[in-house]
Write a protein that binds this ligand. Structure first.
Ligand code: C2O
Ligand code: CU
Ligand code: CU
Length: 499
């Protein structure tokens, strides 16, 4: 019997003990558990089980933002001089004053922490000089971008310290908010945790003609949500904070800002939400209970704006929402909060009325065709496991194994199933590289209205079955994986070869 299986069995036995101890209303065995080495895990697991599911990300609540720091807005990356659309992106190590008066060691692109925003127009032929200035291997992955496998920056494309690589691609997809981050095998979680993440905006004729708020940093605001744990010396100590089931923390950074607030005018403000966390899920709401409008999914605009009171994003998912501050009562302390009521982002609304904009009723022509809905399932993906015992179709990632092949330009239906374990299981965010796809159904039913748009990642609950229609426009080897970064590093990843 393998050691992992043994641990799992021991884990199960202990959990059963905890459950029965609990139902007896006897706290003693639970206390004793604290002395065992697995004590802390067991306590968390116990908490999760009481909630009826296995998920670590609701165990540690986020501290409320005090709002003492104005939200930082990532700078827009300037093009290099010379012909065409050329950028230089460097991964580097640095020091950042996240907390006043202390420097934290961080990673970043073209700066010590996080990265700039890369703005492309549809049709651009882009050249990016990627440079690894770290003292470890890294890759440059363009999450959500439809590009060929050899420029996608998956684990096969590692650059050694000091190495550089020029990549070229044409932006052929519609307006959307994408992002980039590293993807080295087994090290993605730590590098992202340390700060490697940046934004990509794609604009096109449609996005420019819709009249949506688009004044970057004023009424068009990117919000990268990342929870972290800081040690006593205010350092991001990944190995201390690390959890095999997904590293979470009690401190929220938005665009790298701790205790952020956002100052806005009385106008419609577009918030581009990106869950850039290693593992935490967020359900975003306004503290007043007011509704807002979702206009875009991961890969493009929804056909129509969709009014809602909350939106949930699992790691790597994006949503663009518009909040109308001219309609909200700003006498109240307005804030964006999460499902626990933690204050994520207080808003300071000025008296100035800003730009008057209207959200058009029609924004896109996304459709799921009859043919796509009728296609048979040709690829099955089964997600299973927890901690470091995660797998896809019973296997862990092997860089030398191709799990699926698919023809370029041919739509196929993939069915992703999240197989529960004896303790229920947990939500996995599932992501595929190199393509935007359509969700056909969730457990046989049409997806919710705000998932009827281009997606590259989605959440999948235990025992849920999700069907998607996916077509790759480019050849190459592409990863598909759980976007809980520790699960990905632990091998919950496979490869599809497009030929
Ligand atoms: Cu966000 Cu494999 O990627
Ligand atoms: Cu990706
Ligand atoms: Cu997972």
């Amino acid at each position: 019997m393998g050691i992992k299986i043994k641990i799992k069995i021991i884990t199960l036995v202990i959990s059963i003990l905890v459950i029965s101890a609990c139902s007896n209303n006897n706290s003693k065995p639970e206390k004793e558990m604290e002395h065992s080495t697995m004590g802390q895990d067991m306590e968390e697991m116990h908490h999760d089980m009481m909630e009826g599911h296995m998920s670590h990300d609701e165990v540690v609540m986020l501290n409320d933002s005090t709002g003492e720091n104005e939200l930082k807005i990532p700078s827009m990356l300037e093009r290099d001089d010379g012909e065409g659309v050329v950028y230089t992106v460097r991964a580097q190590k640095g020091k950042t004053e996240i907390f006043d008066g202390t420097e934290s060691i961080t990673y970043g692109y073209n700066g010590p922490f996080l990265g700039p925003m890369l703005r492309f127009d549809k049709g651009d032929k882009v050249k990016i000089r990627t440079i690894n200035e770290l003292d470890e291997e890294t890759t440059f992955h363009w999450h959500g971008l439809e590009v060929a496998g050899d420029v996608d920056g998956g684990p096969h494309d590692a650059l050694k310290p000091g190495e550089e690589k020029v990549i070229e691609f044409e932006v052929a997809q519609e307006a959307s908010t994408l992002w980039f981050h590293p993807h080295p095998e087994g090290k993605t979680a730590e590098q992202v945790y340390n700060g490697l993440a940046g934004l990509i905006y794609i604009e096109d004729d449609n996005s420019k003609s819709l009249g949506l708020p688009n004044d970057y940093g004023k009424n068009d605001i990117p919000l990268i949500f990342q929870d972290r744990t800081f040690d006593d010396r205010k350092q991001l100590n990944y190995s201390a904070a690390m959890n095999e089931d997904g590293t979470i923390g009690d401190t929220l950074l938005i665009n790298g800002t701790v205790n952020p607030k956002l100052s806005v005018n009385k106008e419609k403000v577009r918030l581009r939400l990106l869950n850039g966390s290693n593992a935490r899920n967020y359900t975003f709401k306004l503290n007043t209970g007011d509704s807002f409008v979702q206009i875009a999914t991961d890969g493009g605009f929804l056909n129509e704006p969709f009014t809602l009171k909350e939106v949930t994003l699992t790691p790597s998912e994006r949503a663009e929402i518009v909040v109308d501050f001219s309609q909200l009562n700003s006498e109240n302390d307005l804030a964006l909060i999460n499902e626990d009521g933690s204050v994520l982002l207080p808003f300071e609304v000025s008296d100035k009325s800003g730009v008057i904009s209207r959200i058009p009723g029609e924004m896109n022509d996304f459709s799921l065709t009859e043919e796509e809905m009728d296609l048979p399932v040709t690829k099955k993906v089964e997600l299973f496991g927890m901690m470091d015992m995660v797998e896809i179709n019973g296997k862990k990632f092997d860089p030398d194994r191709i799990d699926f092949t698919q023809q370029q330009g041919v739509t196929e239906v993939w069915e992703i199933y999240n197989k529960p374990d004896m303790m229920g299981g947990m939500i996995h965010p599932f992501h595929i590289h190199g393509a935007q796809f359509k969700i056909i159904s969730r457990d046989g039913k049409a997806p919710p209205e705000n998932e009827r748009g281009w997606k590259d990642s989605f959440s999948i609950k235990p025992d849920e079955r999700v069907k998607i229609a996916i077509q790759f426009k480019h050849k190459g080897v592409f990863m598909f994986h759980c976007h809980i970064l520790e699960h990905e590093d632990n091998g919950m990843m496979g490869q599809v070869k497009v030929e």
